[in-house]
Design a protein around this ligand. Structure first.
Ligand code: COA
Length: 166
């Protein structure tokens, strides 16, 4: 079992988070709209195995969020032990935080190759709000760490936005 902990209160987790995001996404800089946002400076949540203390413990999942007005974006979501409920619990934490901040919309972007994520989010009530064909080419110019091919060798090409009303 695991527990969800808020992160980045006073920025104390920033170095650790920057490292984690670099391992998972090539860099802590995450595309949001037409900007790159440093997700290591954003609020987030960590899933930590029970009986461990956050800090020197194995973190087994992380979500980061970015709130602007009535919108809350899930910038990153990673589960290191899949199919044990971590991804769902992190989404629940993000949704609660968004509601507490009086947001009206929770949204995220993924890429066309990530069929597991597309399934995962739609099973949890998100709907496709936009498909931006070939958008990753422009994002890759700002973030060259994005590989040409992604999951199952599928070329990473399109950006798919999913949303949920709060
Ligand atoms: C997408 C992702 C976050 C899902 O995380 P996850 O921890 O596997 O998610 P969960 O365990 O909550 O749910 C996955 C499945 O496990 C099942 N599951 C959950 N708890 C379970 C348990 N205790 N025992 C068995 N199965 C379980 C769920 O039923 C779910 O399947 P469903 O969609 O058919 O209902 C994860 O695959 C991931 O990190 N992918 C790589 C990074 C990524 O692509 N992130 C999203 C980019 S936008």
């Amino acid at each position: 079992m695991f527990t969800i902990h808020p992160m980045n209160v006073n920025g104390e987790h920033q170095a650790w988070l920057a490292d984690f995001l670099t391992q998972q996404w090539g860099s802590p800089m995450i595309g949001s709209g037409d900007k790159l946002i440093d997700a290591s400076l954003c609020p987030g949540f960590a899933a930590v195995r029970d009986a461990d203390m956050f800090g020197d413990a194995p973190v087994i999942g992380v979500a980061t969020i970015h709130i602007t007005g009535k919108d809350c974006e899930i910038l990153t979501l990673n589960s290191l032990e899949e199919n044990t409920g971590i991804g769902t619990a992190l989404i629940d934490a993000a949704r609660d935080a968004a509601r507490n901040a009086r947001c009206k919309r929770l949204f995220l972007k993924t890429t066309n190759d990530n069929t597991r994520a597309l399934r995962f989010y739609q099973r949890r009530g998100f709907v496709i709000a936009a498909v931006r064909v070939n958008a990753i080419e422009a994002v890759r110019k700002r973030k060259p760490q994005i590989p040409l091919k992604g999951i199952d060798g599928i070329p990473i090409r399109d950006e798919i936005e999913l949303e949920m009303s709060l």
